[in-house]
Design a protein around this ligand. Sequence first.
Ligand code: UT7
Length: 319
Amino acid sequence: MTIFSRVLGTGSYLPEKVLTNGDLEGMVDTTDQWIRERTGILKRHVAGPDETCVDLAEAAARNALDAAGLKPTDIDLIVMATTTPDQVFPSSACLLQQRLDIHGCAAFDVQAVCTGFVYAVAVADKFIRTGTSKCALVVGAETLSRLLNWEDRGTSVLFGDGAGAVILGASDEPGIISTHLHADGAYKDLLQVPAGIGNGQRGSPFMEMRGNEVFRVAVTTLGRIVDETLEAAGMDQADIDWLIPHQANIRIIQATARKLNLPMDRVVVTVDEHGNTSAASIPLAFDQAVRDGRIRRGETLLMEAFGGGFTWGSVLLTY
Ligand code: UT7
């Protein structure tokens, strides 16, 4: 019998503190109008001084467990996508496991920057399909605000903090139809945090991005991943009920929607309220649209993301 993984529940969490474009006008040489017109962002949430990435992840995970009607002890795999782990090690997945008071199951982080959640879902899906796991907690959580140089208007106006989670369970019907992952490290200099452990922490500890160049590659690459995903499934554009894109820039999202011939009311957009929350953006958007009743059981969803590395990928699923 073929085993598939199905979404049993979704959850999310946003820090209380909100930073509006107006607030940023007082911090850096920018305007509300520029940010709205070039990115679609109106505001973003920012973690408090004592709030960590694992704090956000724990809240989203408990929220997803409640939605699925499950207990932490039902989980037998934790995959956490983050670019902003609380510590170098243990992994954030292990720290989350400790918070949830569960013991012994596999727990590890996936680092694929803004494509992290797509990578994490793809990995968990393979664990479930091979019969290794039956119930996976997959989290995308970020405190990107800690990687920002608040004087750099090219990045500081774009990003926010948050977390989203899904519970994937083994099922004899799909579920996840297919996942597609790619990367090309040749683009490493266009979007990076130069400092690291291996280089003696030399270089800036803040995010650096050549935004315009990233934008151009993102639009063409996301167009290609949409084609690849539909072709692999033998589907066409009309089979997609909802697009849940990574939320970096409304103009990138609109370009992918046009490629799919999808009206914007079939696209889940949160970039206006959350900014770019990297690995958290897709599960945050997914949870929002499930909770407000837009996404219903049986509908076909396409998730796609693009980010530092470069990395990019997609998940096609029946909810
Ligand atoms: O999630 C991971 C992947 N990341 C992305 O997908 C981000 C992709 N990139 C983008 O979303 C866009 O490129 C940005 C939003 C980052 C920038 O928008 P853009 O339309 O590509 O602007 P630009 O970089 O070409 O800059 C246009 C102008 C420049 O001024 P000049 O040279 O024309 O005088 C910038 O200096 O806008 C200026 N500018 C700003 N002005 C006000 C750049 N940032 C700002 C700012 N406020 N925050």
